[in-house]
Design a protein around this ligand. Structure first.
Ligand code: CAA
Length: 261
């Protein structure tokens, strides 16, 4: 598929997916959502790629939300279909079997805040702004905001943000645990790459299983969760990367040759 609204770049083991509609502050219209969907399928299949950075084009906006102009005249069924489709795409993003870092470089509002929350880790530039302003448009958040925001920042803070629609800055997002780090805008991509590289030196298969353990474990009771963790831990002992990682430790060898097997 040829992309018009996103860029998909690959640098070795790292992919950079950029939402690229800067004139609309990278708002998510249906075409862009379809392209993100296709890019995720590509990334899932590409065994060379072991980490992904998601960002927005330009210096003003990460993603300023779902495209309001595209939604303005939707009827009930169209609104429902749009939310179901986008939620499916964001679940695909959340479940991608490689870490995804959101490099939030400006506005992350509505669907923008929501797509960042479907990533594993969020880092932000100082000018980043987060919020779920949907109630001011007469709608609820529709791409997972009512579900992921309370999971990330707790119910009280999420309810305050969602009921008021208030927009918070990067430092406040950091304070409430919505982002892990705040950087100068010009350092953001380098820092995102550094973070990705700190993940990429480890056994990809182990990182992938950690993602499964955390994502699934957080949705179930603690007994089911730790049992699932035990199963995955056991499965690691069938991998060449477990042999390599432990042998390197015993041999006091820093360089490891992980094969993702
Ligand atoms: N949808 C469609 N177009 C958008 C957009 C959006 N979410 N956000 C910005 N744009 C467009 C503007 O319409 C404008 O286009 P034109 O030049 O053609 O008029 C262009 O991007 C630049 O925007 P502004 O002139 O408004 O820029 P600004 O600096 O004055 O304001 C802003 C920036 C505060 C982010 C403002 O654009 C804004 O409030 N945007 C909407 C934010 C929002 O409400 N997001 C939630 C959408 S609903 C949603 O996401 C539902 C869901 O959960 C799925």
């Amino acid at each position: 598929m040829e992309f018009k609204n996103i860029l998909l770049e690959k640098e070795g083991k790292l992919a950079i997916l950029t939402i690229n509609r800067p004139k609309a502050l990278n708002a998510l219209n249906p075409e862009t959502m379809t392209e993100i969907d296709a890019a995720l399928d590509d990334l899932a299949k590409d065994t060379e790629i072991q980490a992904v950075i998601l960002t927005g084009a330009g210096e003003k906006s990460f993603v300023a939300g779902a495209d309001i102009k595209a939604m303005q005249n939707m009827n009930v069924m169209e609104g429902r279909e749009w939310a179901l489709y986008a939620n499916g795409v964001f679940r695909k993003l959340e479940s991608l079997e490689k870490p995804v870092i959101a490099a939030v470089n400006g506005f992350a509002l509505g669907g923008g805040c929501e797509i960042s929350m479907a990533c594993d880790v969020r880092i932000a530039s100082k000018n980043a702004k987060f919020g779920q302003p949907e109630v001011g448009l007469g709608i609820t958040p529709g791409f997972g905001g009512t579900q992921r925001l309370p999971r990330h920042v707790g119910m009280g803070m999420a309810k305050e943000m969602i009921y008021t629609g208030k927009i918070i800055g990067a430092e406040e997002a950091y304070r409430i645990g919505l982002v892990n780090h705040v950087f100068e805008q010009e350092q953001l991509m380098d820092e995102a790459k550094k973070l990705a590289n700190a993940m990429l030196v480890n056994a990809p298969i182990a990182v992938k299983l950690c993602k499964q353990a955390i994502n699934r474990g957080m949705q179930v009771d603690i007994d089911t969760a730790v049992n699932f963790e035990s199963e995955l831990f056991g499965a690691c002992f069938s991998t060449e990367d477990q042999t390599e990682g432990m042998t390197a430790f015993v041999e006091k060898r820093k360089e490891k040759n992980f094969k993702n097997k």
